[in-house]
Write a protein that binds this ligand. Structure first.
Ligand SMILES: Nc1ncnc2c1ncn2[C@@H]1O[C@H](COP(=O)(O)OP(=O)(O)OP(=O)(O)O)[C@@H](O)[C@H]1O
Length: 243
């Protein structure tokens, strides 16, 4: 059993069409770390997250969870992670509270935990409002809330700050750091490099479906004893090996 890695991807590919392929991608996710998945529009972030969550099947490649080979589409693996998709659609006729109670019920999670999570994402006061009356940011926080309900060791978030106002971006960063302190391993995708720099331990950069970098943030931002922001590193091409 691997002590260091929670997830290991080996040679994962996803072929959509003859000209559209993701991979081969191999990287480990260290236990207890926050890993950020970065890359431009269409780079392959959502595809990789869908592969990691068993939503789509890889064309080739293997995965390990906690050192053991795992089928990402298996029931066993589902208990391993919680997931915030980038496009969660809620039934409009339910309230936020009813929605979370439904998710909690599926997983045998206590109501007290639902209240606690609603408070963390700032929806407790609005919990009895219909979701159709929630703003985009509130729906995004509800999506985060359902992912926070579970005690699964891995938290996977696809573009979690989309639609959040500055206060909730700030709170999101705090919540993710709290989750890490509680022992969770976190992987999230984003376009916002300042968030990556602030909270992530490791960054993965994808470009046109290929992994171009998998590196510790401090290593990336400190070259030859000089600090450069992650944005500068990537867009002014200061690091050898990064396009
Ligand atoms: N179901 C699909 N069929 C064919 N091609 C697809 C499919 N899903 C994604 N793609 C293609 O795969 C590539 C990667 O898409 P993906 O959505 O993973 O990128 P992304 O990095 O999440 O982009 P964004 O930042 O814009 O959300 C894109 O070129 C996209 O057009």
């Amino acid at each position: 059993m691997s002590k260091e890695y929670l997830i290991e991807l080996e040679g994962i590919t996803k072929r959509y069409t003859e000209h559209k392929q993701i991979g081969e991608i191999s990287f480990p996710i260290k236990k207890g770390e926050i890993t950020a998945l970065c890359g431009g529009n269409g780079a392959g972030k959502s595809t990789l997250i869908k592969l990691l969550t068993g939503i789509i099947k890889p064309t080739s490649g293997t995965m390990k969870a906690d050192g053991k080979p795992v089928d990402p589409m298996s029931e066993r693996y589902k208990a391993f992670f919680s997931y915030m998709p980038d496009d969660m659609i809620f039934p409009n006729q339910l309230t936020g509270l009813e929605m979370l109670l439904f998710f909690a019920g599926l997983q045998g999670i206590a109501k007290s935990r639902v209240d606690e999570v609603l408070k963390r994402v700032g929806l407790f006061e609005d919990r009895r409002k219909l979701i159709k009356h929630y703003s985009k940011g509130m729906q995004q926080r509800l999506s985060l809330a359902q992912a926070l309900l579970s005690a699964a060791p891995l938290l996977i978030l696809d573009e979690p700050t989309n639609g959040l106002d500055p206060f909730w971006v700030f709170r999101f960063k705090e919540i993710i750091k709290e989750e890490k302190e509680a022992g969770k391993t976190i992987l999230f995708s984003t376009h916002i490099l300042s968030i990556v720099e602030e909270i992530a331990d490791t960054a993965i950069f994808l470009e046109e479906g290929k992994l171009i970098y998998h590196e510790n943030i401090d290593v990336l931002t400190n070259t030859a004893g000089k600090y450069n922001s992650l944005e500068k590193v990537f867009f002014e091409k200061q690091i050898v090996g990064v396009k």
